[in-house]
Design a binder for this molecule. Structure first.
Ligand code: HEM
Ligand SMILES: *[C@@H]1O[C@H](CO)[C@@H](O)[C@H](O)[C@H]1NC(C)=O
Ligand SMILES: *[C@@H]1O[C@H](CO)[C@@H](O)[C@H](O)[C@H]1NC(C)=O
Length: 321
């Protein structure tokens, strides 16, 4: 081989290697170092605020994780869930799955205020949500994953998309599979992501039918949950989604095996159907669950972000600039 050919091959392979290294930290137009020059401390600001919020109230970690999910499943991770209603559009906060249910807005506001004072107009609300979700899981003892940045915020929200894209607690296994498949997730990823219900609480109205009318439920579990969820009234009374609601572990899956799923949709994952084997695997192998959950969360965070000059970086997460 001629020396010149060798040299050009060498250059080409160096170039390809650089591309490969870069692609390890970027996804689409999102990147790990997006704010490196414009707001170098943004991650520690978010992490500190999340840790404070979670130490004040452990459930807040669950609420912040759910906010990110409800953002990303409705027209992508664009901060739309945070917008209040305006004269021009009705936001997503009053959609069925969100109304009287999603929470954590004050924590996001606190983070946004701190970021605006350090680096005005730089860090998007959508990036705050994706980072806070990861930090919340870590704060409650769960796995970590790498978040990439550069999402921009929407200038509108969609009540109808929130109502149609977010799965409800009465869903069958096949409805859950198709709702996640509509967003590009496999059935296995849906089961892994459902493991988010290892933390947090649900309102009586979302599981009343299950604890009074279903048969695939442990009788002593049903009796104890009924105490705080009467057959009528008490709609907003809370029960934990699994038996260790402030620890991100794999207990959700062993609870399902013991017929102690709180929501109908939870127990659908272990009811003699195609997800049973995966539930058993996660219940006996926490590391497998952690790994699968983390990689599905990375994928969720990449759902159709606004990048480049699309959208805006809101200065107040509750309204457009
Ligand atoms: C598989 C389909 C899913 C259904 C049907 C579903 C449904 C629900 C329902 C009904 C609640 C209780 C809400 C309330 O009573 O106010 C809830 C809570 C929660 N969900 Fe899901 N969810 C699903 C998937 C997910 C995913 C993928 C995540 C996150 C990755 C998630 C995270 C949470 C968390 C953390 C809570 C507790 C929130 C808190 O305590 O504030 N859920 N979910
Ligand atoms: C609603 O839209 C009109 C026209 O586009 C605009 O002038 C007005 O500022 C908007 N109002 C709000 C509350 O965003
Ligand atoms: C329900 O759970 C209790 C433990 O709390 C257990 O003793 C009982 O055997 C379970 N019932 C069934 C039918 O599995």
């Amino acid at each position: 081989m001629a020396l010149s050919t060798f040299l050009s091959l060498f250059k080409l392979s160096t170039f390809l290697l650089c591309l490969l290294i870069l692609s390890g930290t970027t996804s689409g137009q999102l990147s790990a170092n997006f704010y490196a020059r414009t707001c170098p401390n943004f991650r520690s600001i978010i992490t500190r605020a999340v840790n404070t919020a979670v130490s004040n109230e452990a459930r807040m970690g669950a609420s912040l994780l759910r906010l990110h999910f409800h953002d990303c499943f409705v027209n992508g991770c664009d901060g739309s869930v945070l917008l209040d209603d305006t004269a021009n559009f009705t936001g997503e906060k009053t959609a069925g799955p969100n109304s009287n249910s999603i929470r954590g807005f004050n924590v996001i506001d606190t983070i946004k205020t701190q970021l605006e004072s350090q680096c005005p107009g730089v860090v998007s609300c959508a990036d705050i949500l994706s980072t806070a979700a990861r930090d919340s899981v870590v704060a409650l003892g769960g796995p970590s994953w790498n978040v990439v940045f550069g999402r921009r915020d929407s200038t509108t929200a969609s009540l109808s998309a929130a109502n149609s894209n977010l799965p409800g607690p009465g869903s069958s296994l096949s409805a859950l599979i198709s709702s996640f498949s509509n967003k590009g997730f496999t059935a296995n990823e849906m089961v892994a992501l459902s493991g988010a219900h290892t933390i947090g609480q649900a309102r009586c109205t979302t599981f009343r039918n299950r604890i009074y009318n279903e048969n695939n439920i442990n009788a002593s579990f049903a009796t104890s949950v009924r105490r705080n969820c009467p057959s009528s009234g008490g709609d907003n009374n809370l029960s934990p989604l699994d038996s260790t609601p402030v620890t991100f572990d794999n207990r959700y899956f062993s609870d399902l095996i013991n017929q102690r799923g709180l929501l109908h949709s939870d127990q659908e994952l272990f009811n003699g159907g195609s997800a049973d084997a995966q539930v058993r695997t996660y219940s006996s192998n926490p590391a497998t669950f952690s790994r699968d959950f983390a990689s599905a969360m990375v994928k969720m965070g990449n759902l159709s972000p606004l990048t480049g000059s699309s959208g805006q970086v809101r200065t107040n997460c509750r309204r457009t600039n």
